[in-house]
Design a protein around this ligand. Structure first.
Ligand SMILES: Nc1ncnc2c1ncn2[C@@H]1O[C@H](COP(=O)(O)OP(=O)(O)OP(=O)(O)O)[C@@H](O)[C@H]1O
Length: 210
């Protein structure tokens, strides 16, 4: 997946969050969107994911040389973010089964293999509502990273992870970033140190003179 942003702008009511954002996210590369709290990283990620409407400008998604409409781009993306919820009433196995009906897993992984990759074997039949916050984050990341998607959007990916969880994240993102467009919204170096490029959302605040 490649995404071309042309003079993209987003405002909430009268407040412009970013404006005049022209940029290309290239297929197969990794990008960090950087900026202080409240600067607009999550807003940009949700606009790219189609969860949030843009206010001006244009977004062009291209996959395998073909332009795809923003309305259908969601089929090729996976997103994880602190504000996205898991289905708490499911067990881990049920959660994976439900998710993979809509987003098949990469490399034809079985549900059991995904549980192994996430290191959650002991929680196979545990209800998601009974997971610790770090286990829930690992599950969210595992579902996103191991979905068969060409665009991977990660917002604050190591929220609630301990040092072992952070190492797990780094290992699995490094093993699964090839041939995908990966975009991380973050303030924390260990979340985006693997990225090839950095985009400062503050460069597109309306107060910045160019
Ligand atoms: N639904 C909304 N309605 C109005 N304003 C909003 C809405 N969502 C976000 N904002 C505002 O947009 C700005 C950017 O918020 P955003 O969550 O994108 O920042 P962020 O860089 O991801 O912050 P953080 O690092 O704290 O997660 C903030 O001023 C926030 O208050």
């Amino acid at each position: 997946m490649q995404i071309n942003l042309k003079n993209l702008g987003k405002r909430y009511n009268y407040e412009w969050i970013f404006r005049n954002l022209t940029y290309t996210f290239e297929q197969g590369a990794s990008y960090a969107i950087l900026g202080h709290n409240g600067s607009g990283k999550s807003t940009l990620l949700t606009v790219l994911a189609g969860y949030n409407l843009l206010s001006e400008g244009e977004l062009i998604y291209t996959s395998a040389g073909t332009t795809i409409t923003p309305e259908t781009a969601y089929r090729q993306l996976s997103l994880t973010a602190p504000y996205l919820e898991l289905v708490e009433e499911f067990t881990l196995l049920e959660m994976i089964g439900f998710h993979s009906r809509f987003k098949p897993l990469r490399q034809n992984l079985s549900h059991e293999q995904l549980i192994d990759r996430m290191g959650l074997q002991k929680a196979k039949n545990k209800f998601v509502k009974d997971f610790s916050s770090g286990m829930k984050q690992r599950l969210k990341l595992g579902l996103a990273i191991y979905s068969d998607s060409s665009l991977l959007l990660l917002d604050e990916p190591t929220t609630n992870l301990d040092q072992e969880g952070i190492s797990w994240y780094q290992e699995h993102i490094n093993q699964n970033k090839q041939d995908r467009l990966v975009i991380v919204g973050s303030n924390i170096a260990h979340e985006y140190s693997f990225c090839d490029h950095q985009l400062r959302i503050t460069d597109f605040h309306t107060s910045v003179r160019k």
